[in-house]
Ligand binder design. Sequence first.
Ligand SMILES: C[S@@+](CC[C@H](N)C(=O)[O-])C[C@H]1O[C@@H](n2cnc3c(N)ncnc32)[C@H](O)[C@@H]1O
Length: 480
Amino acid sequence: MTFMPDKETEELSILYANRSAALNHLQQYEDVLEDIRKCISLGYPRHLRYKVFERRARTLLVLKRNQEAISAFQDTITALDEANKFDKEKRQKMRTDSKLMLEILNKGLTLAGNPKDPEPLKRKPPKPKLPGKNNREYPAASDAIQIDYEESRGRFATATRDIKVGEMLLVEKPHSGVLLAEYSKTHCQHCFVKCPILVPCPKCPNVIFCSEKCLEAAQKSYHAYECHIVPLLWKSGCSVTCFIALRMITQNKKEYFTKIVSELDSKSSGVYKTDDYKNIYNLVSHEDKRTKQDFLHRTQMAAFLVKLLEVSGYFEGKPRSKPVDFDEIKSMAVDDKHKNDLALFGGLILKNLQVLQFNAHEVFELQCPRPKPGKNIIKHTGKSVFLAGAVFPTLALFNHSCEPSVVRYFCGPYIIIRAVKNINKGEEVSENYGPIFTTVPKEKRQAELKEQYWFDCNCIPCKDNWPTYQEMTENYMRFK
Ligand SMILES: C[S@@+](CC[C@H](N)C(=O)[O-])C[C@H]1O[C@@H](n2cnc3c(N)ncnc32)[C@H](O)[C@@H]1O
């Protein structure tokens, strides 16, 4: 991929016009209209406009948006007057064809009583919403959830009333999330959806976005600083978790952190908001149980990441304008003027790395093959594909059970939690961190949870030694 021409240039308008022709061949009609809108707003040359206006008119006809097609054909006729470099005969033919289409359309619409055009299709799914009332203290969760605390297991969710199977209990956007490198040219860096047509960053060839809106949101926060350091991060081989630890910083300005740093250790009061870094900072990190080796390892990673932050221009609030390489990082002397920033942000990144170890989630996309035309037997061949890593601060308060009460899935960047069984008032509402009692034997589950999450699982299937499906005999099923 090469660089995009700078924003708002004639060159870019020509690029959009040409892409609209390609999209037309691919029958991606809504995208054709969007590219034509962009190309006109960027000042596409007047003597060429008849081409895109005519393409717009014909696209609108396909979409049965006839009222809009009429004005597009009228624009085509007007634009033909300025198409002085275009073959006179062809110009005349296009004018006649457009006039004919106008006549047909006007007649048809009058006969049909001038019906309204259908609404344009929305490409992105709407933002998911909890159907009932939101919890006042934890707005990402429903009012059926409350967060309790016990010394031995920390915070956990319980039901404030009876919950019916299927009920939606939580909808949350990530506080921070990062797409895996291998999806950076197919999925939106900002909202993780697959891009039918891409909007590249005008300053780097590293990532893409699904819309101008996502590009703008990213450029206004993390991507301004990440633009030229992303390739080095990927090349370093660091995990997506390390990248999230950095993103947790780059998505806010330096001043945001210097303002809140003195309150970070105090317990939060009031509404628990997803975008509040203080809530993330106070998630479980098991700092007191870590070994020296563990700290050394994480501090080395934090030192590398904070150096990247320094070269990105973050401390000065001036994003860097060219790519960075390993040699530049290695040869950098400690700059006295950045000493305090390096200490503060190095410390925050170190904390982020610890928190993420226990609180990050994988973001999945369900991929299903296109159904073959004419075949009406649906085979369930869809698979979940690991796309990104993210931290959802409210969901991170749910504890684990090997027989969970909820299931999670994604809608763009949002995670959605629904009950998979009826849950009684006062019962714990538990998540699952990986091993389920039906398929993984108890010893293996316990070992995995201890190694990854540092706790001894004491859920009912573990306590009562429930058998896996394979261990259940027919008799067992019947007697139970
Ligand atoms: C994602 S956090 C869950 C929320 C956490 N309890 C808190 O206070 O913020 C994961 C951590 O919670 C604790 N935890 C989760 N499930 C548990 C369980 N079933 N029993 C005991 N502790 C558990 C472990 O310390 C684990 O590392």
